[in-house]
Design a protein around this ligand. Structure first.
Ligand code: MSK
Length: 664
């Protein structure tokens, strides 16, 4: 699995700079540990069964069955299903906590929070079938929050958001019996089915994994996104910067890291509080600088422009700069190594969730009923740590300019206008061939492959081939660090895509948010399907989902719900079911025959690009669209206007409006 072809384990110059320091000082990092830990090939490929005490059974060589007789297909399917369940449970538990916060806000029991987007609250109430007429915002917030909570414990029927999928998609799910009944129920059922001696049919296990993952994508994650928008505001475009160069040498640097926006929203408020700023100045700092890592970073970037200091593999490096007073973590993607590393520096690692403690870290429990007080305690602790900084700081200078804050709602406004949101111009551009197709490039960093390398190569190649790219999670940070989210990146786009981006005013790589915000991609794809001209469902679209550097189990849940929703999904790094040919075939051709989407793994990013473009062209042909031609466009729009401006008036009017040119 390991990719040792590059001179450095990353292409990020800030990390290369800091790794020379950690290597000289013999400080352990994820990069050094990855170089010395050889992943177990049996576990990595899905051939190790440890669901009972008779094993672990390693199904390699002549051993084709476990002690109980489980086949390689059953073992690989069980392992994959459990990973998907763990990933989906993380997203969904995040959504559940937000539902509790929404109810508390509605009841006036969460001081400091408010409903920031009441229009979205009413829209979500509509999706849930809750009448909004005559109700106060508080009443509606409670009802929406309670309905959201009910979705987790529902035992029968269908999740209410299933109705947001296309009619055809809903029929497909019903025919296959994979409509999720309740978010928690499907997760529990995976754990039951994969207990020893229960489900031993790999197809049956994996089909249930789709059902469970749909409960994530069209349940827990979609609820998390919706409630975050209701409480903290639906994102709209804003500018910021990315990478470790956003840390300041003369300010108190606080990094928020993890996934949930509830705490980080209040840290934003606390860090701007005049009392806190005065306290920072009294300690000799010029102010308080907030930055982010991982998806908490995406949440505060999308709504406040708080700059990302980096993605998953940057978390230790931020501490190595010596300039971070506090790293405040909530849940998911936090390295245990942060605490030991912080002992070599002055950084205070502060855990805040009862679900995610690290031995040796400072724990300041966060209570959303008393949020600002918790947030101020955290910020105060960071400020008090400022005088403990070492004399030498190692803040790299690199930053990337970015535009973020695109939501499904905002894309509607940009494409269709404020009074009549529409995806028509996007669909038309795809139909004409100005845009060849669309790709979601999402997901993590993985220390077993070169950091950011595959993600950047894939994005660069796709936009050069006129593919509109949307990004989320750590892939979005990768894009941001190297300027891929800046409007200037249009210059690297194919001519057709460039014309559309110029006309609409979007960059060719559009940041849609955090991991749970992959649910925005489902909404976008569904609207493209129903807008007209591109078939009837997601599996008709010339679109793909790509996770170049997956690491987290959440990525597998995202990939699976996208497949079950009809998308072709391609992962990099390596396959967790590599050992089983039948499972590998089933999640590709087998799933495609049932739901139209398929899941495949390719170690080389070039294969991912080639397969993606091939798929888009195949879907274009099936839709009977014009064959994609890279040279067809690029002579209209601004360029055409420049040429037209040189013509005499009559000829110009003729060219523009077809008016006859008067005879000489
Ligand atoms: S943070 S799940 S490393 S994208 Fe959402 Fe990044 Fe993957 Fe965590």
């Amino acid at each position: 699995m390991a990719d040792k072809s590059q001179a450095f384990p990353t292409v990020d110059p800030t990390i290369i700079e800091l790794l020379t320091i950690t290597e000289e000082d013999n400080i352990s990092t994820a990069f050094s540990r990855a170089a010395s830990i050889k992943p177990c090939p049996i576990g990595a490929d899905g051939a190790c069964c440890k669901v009972c005490g008779m094993g672990p059974c390693r199904l390699v060589g002549k051993t084709t069955r476990g002690v109980c007789g489980a086949t390689l297909g059953t073992v690989a399917a069980r392992n994959l299903a459990r990973m998907i369940a763990a990933g989906g449970s993380a997203h969904s538990d995040h959504g559940r906590d937000l539902a509790f916060t929404l109810i508390a806000v509605g009841k006036g029991e969460a001081k400091g929070y408010e409903v920031k987007d009441s229009a979205k609250l009413r829209e979500v109430a509509g999706h849930m079938g809750i009448p909004a007429g005559g109700k106060t915002t508080g009443q509606l917030a409670v009802e929406v929050g309670e309905m959201a909570l009910q979705q987790f414990g529902q035992q029968s029927g269908e999740l209410v958001y299933v109705g947001r999928a296309t009619t055809k998609r809903q029929e497909t799910w019903r025919k296959l019996g994979i409509v999720p009944r309740g978010i928690d129920r499907e997760i529990v059922e995976i754990m039951h089915r994969t207990h020893t001696g229960v489900d031993m049919d790999y197809e049956n296990i994996l089909d249930h994994a789709m059902r469970m993952a749909l409960g994530d994508g069209w349940g827990g994650s979609m609820l998390a996104t919706d409630i975050s928008d209701i409480l903290f505001g639906t994102p709209a475009p804003l500018q910021s910067m990315a990478n470790l160069g956003v840390l300041k040498d003369d300010e108190v640097n606080i990094i928020v890291h993890g996934h949930e926006p509830t705490l980080s929203e209040m840290i934003v408020v606390a860090s701007q509080d005049p009392e806190m700023v005065a306290l920072a100045k009294a300690q000799g700092a010029k102010g308080i600088n907030l930055a982010g890592i991982c998806c908490t970073s995406n949440e505060v970037l999308m709504r406040h422009g708080i700059p990302p200091a980096g993605n998953y593999l940057s978390q230790e490096m931020a501490i190595v700069t010596g300039a971070v007073e506090a790293m405040v973590v909530d849940v998911q993607c936090i390295m245990q190594a942060l605490v030991e590393l912080s002992e070599s520096y002055h950084t205070s690692v502060i855990t805040t969730s009862h679900k995610a403690k690290i031995r040796g870290a400072v724990h300041i429990p966060f209570d959303e009923h008393d949020a600002l007080i918790s947030a101020k305690n955290i910020v105060r602790r960071a400020i008090e740590n400022y005088p403990n900084r070492g004399k030498t700081l190692k803040i790299p200078s690199d930053t990337g300019q970015l535009v973020a804050g695109f939501s499904h709602e905002y894309l509607n406004y940009m494409l269709g206008g404020e009074l009549r949101g529409s995806f028509r111009p996007l669909n038309d551009a795809i139909i004409q061939g100005r845009i060849r197709g669309a790709a979601g490039v999402v997901g993590c960093n993985n220390a077993q492959v070169t950091h950011d390398d595959a993600t950047l190569n894939i994005i660069r190649e796709l936009i050069a081939n006129d593919v509109l790219v949307v990004v989320t999670g750590c892939a979005a940070h990768a894009a941001a660090k190297y300027g891929y989210l800046a409007p200037e990146m249009m210059e690297n786009a194919g001519k057709g895509l460039k014309e559309v981006c110029e006309a609409v005013g979007i960059p060719p790589v559009v940041h849609l948010g955090s991991c749970v915000d992959n649910s925005r991609i489902l909404t976008v794809l569904t609207q493209m399907s129903t807008e007209g001209g591109l078939g009837q469902d997601i599996d008709d679209l010339p679109a793909v989902g790509i996770c170049p550097e997956w690491m987290s189990e959440k990525a597998l849940s995202i990939g699976t719900y996208c497949v079950a929703s009809g998308a072709y999904v391609l992962f990099g790094v390596g396959s967790p079911v590599e050992a089983s040919e039948e499972v590998t075939q089933y999640i590709s051709a087998g799933w495609e025959s049932k739901v139209g989407g398929k899941l495949e793994f390719y170690k080389d990013w070039r294969d991912i690009v080639a397969k993606s473009l091939e798929h888009m062209d195949k879907k274009r042909a099936a839709l009977k669209l014009a064959e994609y031609d890279a040279g067809r466009y690029g002579a209209s729009g601004d360029w055409r206007m420049v040429e037209l401006e040189k013509l005499p008036l009559e000829e110009k009017m003729s060219a523009l409006y077809g008016l006859p040119v008067a005879a000489p």
